[in-house]
Design a protein around this ligand. Sequence first.
Ligand code: DGL
Length: 279
Amino acid sequence: MKESDNKKSPIGVFDSGYGGLTILDKIQEKLPGYDFIYLGDNARAPYGSRSFEIVYKFTLEAVKKLFDMGCNLVILACNTASAKALRSIQQNDLPLIAPSNRVLGVIRPTAEYVALKSKTRHVGLFGTQGTVQSNSYPLELKKLAPDLRVESLACPMWVPLIENGEAYGQGADYFVKKYVDILLEKDDDIDSIILGCTHYPILKSKIESCLPKSIEVISQGELVAESLADYLNRHPEIDRRISKNGETHFYTTESADKFSDLASLFLNRNVDVEHLDIE
Ligand code: DGL
C-alpha cells in the first residue's frame, strides 16, 4: 500500500456508481482549484441491497485502489458505504494500511444540518436498504439531538431506475410517489426529509412535486462540500498534501462509454472516463 506522505495528490471521491457525482459536483463548486479522482464501482452497483460484509469488502478495495493511485484523502460519497464500511475502515484498517491518510463519509455532515434545522423535530429519511437497516442516521442523529424522531424508508427501486437511465420516465414517477406516500403515512408531522443516498438528488424535483411545500427535501452535496472545506481549514497538514491544478479524472469499473453517457446527466457536462479494475 502506497502512502504518499510528501507527494501532493488529488482527493479521491468514491461511490458505488453515479450517485457520488452529485457530491463531487458540489465539492468542485466549493473547492474549484483542487484536484479529484472520481471512482464509480458501477460494475458491482447497486450496493444498497448487499450484505454488510460485501459492502465493506468492496469499499475497502476501492479505498486501497485510490490510495495506490496516490490519494491521501478519500471521501466515501456513498451513504451505503459510509453506513457499513466507514467506521471499520477508519478504526481498523487505516491504522494498519495508511495511518496518515484519511477517509471521510457523508452521514455526519447531513445529520449535523438536519439536527439544527427541523422545527417539528420529526424527520424523514429515504435511503437504500443497507443504509436504513444499518440504523446509522437515527444513531448519528440521536447523538446530536436526542429529541428528534426519525422515520426511515428504504427505496430499493430508485437506484436501479437511476443507474439504468430511467430517472425521468413514468416508472420513476410511480415509484417516487409510492415511497413518498408510505413515508408520510408513517409520520405526517415530518418537516425535513433527508435524501440519504447520493443517487437520489436526481429524483429531487419529482420527490418535491409529491410533497407539501412546507417539507424541506435535503440533498447532501452542499452539506458535504461545506463540511469538507471546513475540515481542510482545520487540518492544514492534510490540505497541504492535496494537489491543486483544478483537474478531475474519472474512473469506472464498468464500460467507460456507458459511464460517460449517464455521467453527463448527473453533472450537466461531458466527462472523459477510463475503465479501471479494482479487484
Ligand atoms: N449512492 C449510494 C448511496 O448513497 C449507493 C447506491 C447503491 O449502490 O445502492 O447509498
